[in-house]
Design a protein around this ligand. Structure first.
Ligand code: HEC
Length: 164
């Protein structure tokens, strides 16, 4: 009788152990599934694009803009109306920050004239120091938005006045 009882108790112990392991396994599997479903990045390799995104989040002005080739027609960047040339991305990002870029496309000046406009905005309109970007921007403006008689400007076909 006691021997039978011992065997019986042994069997119960064994069953309990099996159930414990099975429960543990199920819990781990459930956690793993939840993790994969809701936090897939936890298991995936680091995304290369993340560092690029982070940089632009820290300073959007630092990121270089890639103009969509579909948006360029006859050398004009259609969404802004700017002539596509070296530095156009800097002009879009810097000069488009406060006002319409129509202010750029509707003005013409030589290098000194553009420099004066920038200084005027810095003194009265809260424009920041452009640092080394100023050189690129001034070169772009003086080349592409020069006074008419220098003959570098493209013909204006549509005069579309900006709204203030
Ligand atoms: C900090 C904001 C700010 C930034 C950035 C800025 N501007 Fe301006 N700008 C102004 C304001 C404000 C005016 C006056 C707008 C108005 O008259 O409605 C102005 C006016 C102008 C005008 C018209 C000047 C006139 O004689 O009436 C031109 C041209 C111009 N900006 C060009 C530029 C260029 C080029 C850049 C990039 C280098 C630039 N802006 C960046 C604030 C800014």
């Amino acid at each position: 009788m006691t021997e039978k009882k011992e065997i019986y108790q042994q069997a119960i112990k064994q069953a309990k152990r099996t159930i414990s392991w099975a429960t543990l396994l199920i819990v781990v599997a459930v956690i793993f599934t939840i993790q994969l479903t809701y936090f897939p990045r936890f298991f995936s390799a680091p995304n290369e694009n993340i560092s690029a995104l982070d940089t632009s989040a820290i300073d959007p002005m630092l990121a270089t803009m890639n103009l969509n080739p579909d948006e360029i027609e006859n050398g004009i960047h259609i969404p802004t109306g700017l002539i596509v040339d070296d530095g156009v991305d800097q002009v879009i990002m810097t000069c488009g920050a406060c006002h319409s870029l129509d202010l750029v496309t509707q003005n013409k000046a030589d290098r000194k004239g553009w420099k004066d406009i920038i200084v005027w905005m810095q003194e009265t309109q809260g424009l920041w120091d452009l640092g080394e970007k100023e050189e690129v921007i001034l070169t772009y403006l003086a080349k592409n938005y020069a006074p008419v008689d220098e003959g570098r400007r493209r013909n204006i076909e549509i005069i579309d006045w900006y709204e203030l």
